[in-house]
Each structure stands twice: as C-alpha cells, then as structure tokens.
Design a protein around this ligand. Structure first.
Ligand code: ARG
Length: 579
C-alpha cells in the first residue's frame, strides 16, 4: 500500500496525451509539509506551464479536470500560482486501514523488481578488539539488510574480514619475539592486542609501510612469508584465527546482529590475486610503475598500487578480486560497502578501476558514514586516550538500560528486567546511530539516547509498551480484533492523521532503501509517535462514546503498536511488553 504511488498513477494517466513523458512531472508529487495544504501536493503545473507555454493555473485546472478521482481523492484545491493540494477521502482511508489490520505485512507490498544485493559490512580487521568505529558499519549494514529483505529483495551479507593485511606481519613478528605465552593461552585476543601495540610503538611511525627501520623491515618480511605460504607463518596465523573470530561473533550476538551469509576475509582471495593483476595488465587497466610495482593511474597524483615493489598485493587488489568473485557467485545487481568516510577515495578508485576492467550492469555504492564523537566533539576515546572497545561500550549500555528499567518497573522479575535492560541499552545505542543522517558525525551520549522523551529508541519502546498496556488493562486480545477487523471511523482530525500516518509505512521504507538511509525510518517513527500521542490525548479509547468508536480506536492503537514494532525490528531493535 503506497499512497504516493496511487496518487502518482492517477497523475500519470491524466498527464498522458498532455506531454510526451509524464514521469518528471509525476515525480513532482510529494507529501504535503503542512496538513493545512492537504495530504499530498502536486507542484508540476509550473513546470508544465513552461513546457506547454500556458498559464500555470490554467494547466492546474486542466489537470484537475482530467484526474479520475474515484473514491481515493477529494476534489483537489488549486492554491497560489498553481499548486494542486490533494486530500485523500477519509472514507477511503478508513476502509484501507481496516483492510490492513489482518495483514502481517501491515500493507507493505513486496518489490516488483526484485534485486540481489551483496552488502559488505562490519568487516573489521581481525586480531584487534572491535572498537566503536565498527559500531556504525555493523548496525547500518544490518538495518539495510533487514529493510531490503523485508521489501522482498535478496541480500547476501558478507563480512569482509581484514584477516590478511600488514597487521599480520606485525603480529607474527610480535608473536615470535615478544609473546607472553601464559597470557596468550589465557586470552589470546588481548595478548595479540598488546603485542600489536608494542610492535607499533617500536616501529614508531604512523604508516608501517613507509617505516625504514629493522623492525618494520622484519614485519614486512613476515607478511611476505605469510602471503607466500610459509608453513610456520601460516600455522601461527591459523592459530590466531579461531579465538579472534569467536571474539567478534560474541559481539554480534550481544548486539543482536544475525550471522553473516559469508565471512570471506581478505585471505580468501589471496589465491586469486596474481590472476587479477595479470588481467589488469592485459586489459591495460594497470601499468608498470617504479621499481617493478604495478599501478592503476586515475590522474596525475592519484594512483593505486595493485602490486608493490616487493611483490606484495594490496587492499585494492584484494577488493578487485572480491568484486570479481561476488559477480561470479552471487550475480548481484548491486554491491554495497558500508564503510566509514575515510575510505571514500579508496572506493572511488576501486569502482573506477572495476569499470575500466569491464565490470558493468551492477551498481557499486560506498555507503559512507561519519564518526562517533565524544563529549569534546572529537572522535570518541577512553579516558586513557585509547579506542573505545565495542564490547565494553555494549556492557555499559546494558547497565544504563538496567537503570531505566529499575527506576520504572522495579516490580518486574529479575530475569525479565535483565532482558529489558538489554533491549533498552542496545536499542538506544542503535537508534541513536540510525536516526542520524549517516554521513554526519554524532556525539555519543547515554543520557540523551536513553531519554524517555523525544526521538530515542527508549521512547519508541516505551510508546509500544504503553500501547500494549491498554489491551492488557482492558483484557482485550488484539488477535481477535485483527481476525475480525471492526469498521474504522475517522471522525476527528486526530484519528484521521493517525490512519494516514499508518498508511505511509511503505513510503518510508522505500525512501530508506532508495538513499540507503535508515534515518528515513526513524523520522517516520518519530512522526508516528507524535501523531499517536495527539490521538491518545484527544480520543478516549476504552471510555469512547460508543462501542463502535471504541473498537475503531482499538484497531488504530493495535496497528500503531505493530507498526512501531515492525519498524524497530527492521532497525534491529527489540521491543518488550513491559519496561
Ligand atoms: N577491514 C577494513 C577496515 O577495517 C574494512 C573493509 C571494508 N570492505 C571492503 N571490501 N574493503 O578498514
């Protein structure tokens, strides 16, 4: 059920014969910003007037006369120079809302043109604890996956683990020379982190690739040995992997992020890399650079290495192999990379290289996002100045969630409170992230994200709980209501506004996937919550003036709860019955 599409279809018919291509004008129909101007607005008369050499108002009148309003629209009103204000018929809204009450999909249709997407997200570098930087990719990627799947698309999720890069040379060197065997046995990931930081300190410069000192040389030699299949290094590497992966998976479980379809790390593509470089050379995408290196030149000062002087392959080579592999095995129409903005140049180059290499008919999109900031508006750090580990951040969020439920509902049994604390804590973190325009930075604040008022996950969960409370208190089973939906009456503006908002669900989901912006869903939720609150304050439900009105309002309440729950689920956020 897509109100905008229904209205657009009417305009498409009306415009046919008037202009050769109605589509650009059809696209000018939008939801009205202000309810005073109706529900939707068509602003195409001005543009049409230009194209047809007539007066905008005349065109608007002509268009309105050509519209087959049926029972969908009231007679449109023409305002100002030629704005066409559109109002849906309340009786149509009432009937339609009633008709979705018994629909598990709440009126959302599946896409007609089903696509296959590969989404590359989370993709941490293995052998270092996940830190706050991995939060955004993981939850934005998960939300987009859920949204696209709900709309009927096929999504292949792939965690492109950094399990092969230069950090392994550092780790191998450290493992051989600086390892504390007991500590490694007890907590391998922590010991590896310590080793990693220690070797980095010894190397002394930011970019270990550039460093000229014996330790940096030794680390590079270890990486090269690993990549060439040296048995000792491969064995140590294989020993690193399971505990590192388990640590990462434990975080996904805590966050409620389902397992990935694939976790082909960079190492997976290693055998393909020589072939990739040969093919790049053969197709003249790549060329020899200084000292035996192989490069792809994008412009005078923008060059990507695909093979270093020492023969080592790069992140770019491995990403090109990945594209080739995904095309062959998943045959996607789109490949999305949820990776932070600092890699914009890498992806711009990568996509350009892929195109030159012959990759066509597939969308390649870098879904970039900004940083998580601390209260000082600088990228968030621990008190000691280190990266904030994701594991401890999640634990802290759950603790904060615990405070909310303890203050609100101390009477709940312990086990339930633990579950609620988790839902609140993790839900708040996810919502606070997803409600941002993803390209912006945001300041991380537990107090703000767990506020019971305003556009927060906690508030949305609470709106759901209060709504369910109505049914519990009145001992009404919502399932009965759904099976036999009562007639809906939209006699007050509050009820009408709520029905309209409920029917805009599909529109909001489509706009979220069109721009890969989960914030379209949170914006929708926020509007829904406000509309519901207006309804709830002005329209008594249990004490309605008649049973018919009561049943109608109960149905609106139930649908609101279900839409809230559905949207939160699509964002990866749990709802609870009490909190
Ligand atoms: N491992 C990389 C990092 O942590 C991100 C990988 C993103 N995916 C990709 N195909 N390049 O920076």
């Amino acid at each position: 059920m897509n109100l905008l599409h229904l209205i657009q279809a009417k305009f498409r018919t009306a415009l046919t014969g008037l202009v050769p291509d109605p589509e650009p004008y059809v696209a000018m129909i939008k939801a009205a910003q202000d309810a005073k101007h109706g529900d939707y607005q068509a602003n195409c008369a001005m543009a049409l007037a230009k194209a047809l050499g007539k007066k905008p108002r005349e065109i608007a009148e002509d268009l309105v006369n050509r519209l087959q309003l049926c029972d969908l629209l009231e007679k449109p009103e023409i305002a100002g120079p030629g704005f066409i204000n559109l109002r849906l018929q309340s009786s149509w809204l009432a009937k339609t809302v009633q008709s979705i009450a018994n629909d598990d999909r709440l009126g959302v249709e599946k896409a007609q043109a089903v696509k296959t997407y590969v989404i590359d997200y989370s993709s941490p570098n293995v052998a270092k604890p996940l830190h706050v930087g991995h939060l955004r990719s993981t939850i934005i990627g998960d939300a987009l996956t859920r949204l696209l799947r709900f709309l009927g698309h096929t999504v292949v999720t792939d965690n492109h683990l950094g399990d092969w890069g230069t950090q392994f040379g550092i780790l191998l060197y450290g493992y051989k020379n600086l390892r504390n065997a007991d500590a490694y046995k007890k907590d391998p990931v922590r010991e590896l982190t310590r080793i990693y930081l220690e070797v980095r300190r010894l190397i002394g410069v930011e970019d270990e690739d550039e460093a000229v000192n014996p330790i940096a040389e030794a680390c590079r030699a270890e990486t090269a040995k690993l990549h060439k299949g040296d048995p000792e290094n491969v064995a140590i590497w294989q020993d690193f992997m399971p505990p590192c992966l388990e640590e990462i998976h434990a975080i996904y479980r805590k966050l409620g992020v389902p397992p990935f379809d694939h976790e082909h790390g960079e190492s997976f593509y290693n055998p393909l890399l020589p072939g990739v470089v040969d093919s790049l050379l053969e197709k003249k995408v790549a060329e020899p650079g200084d000292g035996g290196a192989i490069i792809i030149r994008f412009s005078e000062n923008n060059v990507a290495l695909v093979r270093k002087r020492d023969g080592a392959f790069t992140y770019t080579t491995s990403d090109l192999a990945t594209i080739q592999y995904r095309l062959k095995h998943f045959k996607p129409q789109a490949m999305l990379y949820v990776v932070d903005f600092r890699q914009s140049q890498h992806f711009a180059n990568l996509f350009e290289a892929a195109r030159r290499w012959g990759v066509s008919n597939v969308e390649l999109t870098h879904i970039s996002f900004g940083s998580v900031l601390g209260p000082d508006k600088r990228p968030i750090k621990t008190r000691e100045g280190g990266a904030v580990e994701l594991g401890s951040l999640i634990d802290e969020a759950i603790q904060q969630g615990r405070q909310v439920v303890d203050a609100n509902s101390p009477e709940l049994p312990d086990a339930e409170r633990a579950e609620v604390a988790e839902a609140i804590g993790i839900g708040a973190v996810k919502y606070a992230d997803l409600c941002q325009n993803r390209t912006s930075d945001y300041i991380f604040s537990f107090d703000k994200m767990m506020a019971m008022e305003g556009n927060t996950g906690t508030y949305m969960q609470y709106a759901y709980v209060r709504n369910r409370g109505i049914f519990r208190k009145a001992a009404i089973d919502p399932l009965t209501l759904r099976k036999n939906p009562p007639a809906v009456a939209l006699d007050t503006p509050y009820e009408r506004a709520l029905a309209l908002q409920l029917l805009k669900l599909e529109e909001s989901l489509l706009s979220a996937v069109a721009d890969y912006q989960p914030s379209a869903v949170t914006a929708y939720l926020w509007d829904l919550a406000k509309t519901y609150s207006g309804f709830f304050q002005n329209c008594p439900v249990i004490k309605a003036e008649s049973d018919a009105v009561k049943q109608s309002r109960l149905l609106l309440c139930d649908l609101t709860a279900r839409v809230l729950q559905q949207c939160l689920e699509l964002l990866g956020i749990k709802t609870v019955e009490r909190m």
